[in-house]
Design a protein around this ligand. Structure first.
Ligand code: F6R
Length: 591
């Protein structure tokens, strides 16, 4: 949430900051701003709306070789130009990603000193504090200031007394620095700096850096520290949209690769992880995650319990952390997060660790904050996901968690005769048949309310299909266990309510069919997504999408794909940008 960007170097900073912000827009896109420092003076442009607005308002013409920029996802204060970052006070200009929880108390102090505020954000108070604690030493001023902050922050700070340096620091919000021949780039995430950087440094919680044109010096609260940079070729990483109109569709088409890469790497990584012993001793599993990652946890619960008979609970991370959770001995906590930066998931993992659990992180981002909390990390290899609506990362999470379930079963002395081989190929087959989903989307885009139902492992697809539809098409929808409809929700059914049903488990098919007959009898239109051709033909079914037959327990890997496509096409039919849904942003680094 919110993307911050900075540059100091030989080149004009404005175009570099602008291009960086464009690449960070998935983190927030309701307002933006940029400030440059030249000859001791600031020039700045701030606006509501997307980063492109900055260009329209002449931001690329600002001159200066040092500057900071921001693309915002509003937490405190509406998305107005006044609330857009950077915020200024005295000699200081700041951009901030995170939330200052004690801002009201700090602001009160500033107001008592007679200071005036120009915005209604929590962030502006940081600029005021910097001015108050200014001791003539940039680093010390920043350290004194952040000691007063409670909450989360990644900060890039300019001071007109130090015209060649940017000070940065972080606590629970990500920040990376990329050193190149022309200078140093600072950003909330790698895509903004990767193509230009020779060496990349990941700042950790509690660390600071003073960034000059040629040199970056790192510090903790006490002293200067040495940090190891990463020097792999970042330029080769593909962050561009290429021929695709939207990242979301590109990422759906990348699902077969995401599955393939995740399965391949799992085999190697698991071997060297030492997890075999941990799994042998595991008596209870607690999965913590948010949103789409939570839905992958729901699927994993079914599979862990079915294959390995290990009792598993899945918790929304924000609920887990405030529920005073009981961690019994031999509990394995699995924290699942695409970004590895979701504030609630990080806090849940930290709490689980404090209470004695062994914490395994499942994340798509190798150097994310979650990796430094967990005892062990298993990475998904979906590649960078830019579309705000998670797609390929979900399939990658399922691939990894299902592989883990097979290992868990083996560790428990069972020999499940199942394989995930072939799923990458099957997912390709599904993607090739997605065209007909456009017709469904045409109809569904006119509905007022949509229900998704499934039973057993299919339930996770009902939840995920519904979430996708809500978040990018803005259509109210609910994911329900098929058997639960008759306990109340059936009252919503009429001829205008599409019911999306997922049916892949033969042993549960008749039961789910009962629910569908009840829907059909009340005029509901059923769109069936099934691996079982005989059910696709039933007269109660309005439209059917046949999925390739596959190992039933792992079917969500395939069944979710047409539902992702359905959300995508419905969003387009309703005139929405699927990559940038309203009010949302990727990587929820605030609580
Ligand atoms: C939905 C979506 C979100 C994320 C959730 C967790 O399409 O993307 O629900 O799944 O914010 O994010 P991660 O997995 O990064 O922790």
């Amino acid at each position: 949430m919110c993307g911050i960007m900075g540059y100091v170097g030989k080149k004009n900073a404005a175009p570099i900051i602008y291009e960086g912000l464009k690449k960070l827009e998935y983190r927030g896109y309701d307002s933006a701003g940029v400030a440059l420092l030249q000859d001791g003076f600031y020039t700045a442009i701030k606006c509501s709306g997307r980063v492109e607005e900055l260009k329209k308002r002449g931001a690329l013409n600002l001159s200066g070789k040092i500057g900071i920029g921001h693309t915002r996802w509003a937490t405190h204060g509406a998305p107005t130009p006044e609330n857009a970052h950077p915020h200024f006070y005295g000699k200081f200009a700041i951009v901030h990603n995170g939330i200052i929880e004690n801002y009201a108390e700090l602001m009160h102090e500033c107001l008592e000193r007679g200071e005036k505020f120009s915005s209604s954000t929590d962030s502006e108070v940081i600029a005021h504090l910097l001015a108050f604690y200014d001791c003539g030493n940039f680093l010390e001023t920043v350290k004194k200031t952040v000691r007063r902050l409670r909450g989360s922050y990644a900060l890039a700070i300019l001071c007109s007394d130090f015209p060649n340096e940017i000070a940065v620091c972080r606590e629970k919000s990500p920040l990376v620095l990329g050193v190149s021949e022309d200078g140093v780039r600072i950003a909330s995430d790698l895509p903004a700096i990767a193509s230009e950087s020779k060496t990349v440094y990941v700042l950790r919680d509690g660390e600071f850096a003073l960034v000059g044109q040629k040199k970056v010096s790192f510090y903790d609260q006490e002293r200067e520290i040495q940090k190891e940079g990463m020097t792999e070729s970042f330029a080769s990483q593909n962050f561009s949209r290429g021929k695709y109109e939207h990242y979301m569709w590109k990422e759906i088409e990348e699902i077969p690769t995401a599955i393939d890469q995740t399965l391949r790497n799992f085999k190697v990584n698991f071997c060297f992880s030492g997890l075999c012993e941990v799994l042998c001793q595991t008596e209870y599993i607690e999965i913590v995650a948010c949103g789409t990652a939570y839905h992958s946890g729901i699927a994993a619960k079914y599979v862990f319990e079915k294959l390995a008979r290990v009792k598993t609970n899945v918790s929304v991370a924000s609920e887990f952390r405030y529920a005073d959770p009981i961690i019994s001995p031999h509990t394995l906590v699995i924290a699942v997060s695409q970004s590895g930066e979701t504030a609630d998931t990080l806090a849940a993992a930290e709490l689980a660790k404090q209470r004695g659990a062994y914490v395994l992180a499942v994340t798509n981002v190798a150097h994310s904050s979650l990796t430094s909390i967990a005892d062990r990390v298993l990475q998904t290899y979906a590649g960078t996901e830019i579309g705000v609506a998670a797609t390929k990362s979900f399939n990658a999470q399922l691939s990894l968690l299902f592989s883990l379930a097979l290992e868990l079963a083996k560790a428990k002395g069972m020999s499940p005769n199942l394989t995930l081989d072939g799923f990458s190929l099957l997912s390709r087959q599904v993607i090739l048949s997605l065209n007909k989903i456009q017709e469904y989307a045409e109809e569904i885009s006119k509905a007022n309310h949509v229900l998704f139902i499934g039973r057993g492992v299919d339930y996770c697809c009902a939840l995920e299909g519904s979430l996708k539809l809500k978040e990018i098409s803005y259509l109210p929808s609910e994911g329900y266990p098929a058997g639960e409809l008759k306990h109340g929700t059936l009252a919503l059914i009429d001829e205008k309510t599409p019911v999306i049903a997922i049916l892949t488990r033969r042993e549960l098919a008749e039961k789910t069919m009962n629910a569908l007959c009840e829907v059909s009898a009340r005029g509901g239109k059923i769109y069936l997504f099934t691996t079982l051709p005989e059910y696709a033909e039933r007269e109660e079914i309005y439209r059917s999408f046949l999925l390739p037959s596959c190992e039933e327990l792992f079917s969500p890997l395939l069944a979710v794909i047409p539902l992702q496509a359905l959300a995508y096409f419905t969003a387009l039919k309703r005139g929405n940008d699927p990559d940038k849904p309203r009010h949302l942003a990727k990587s929820v680094t605030v609580e």
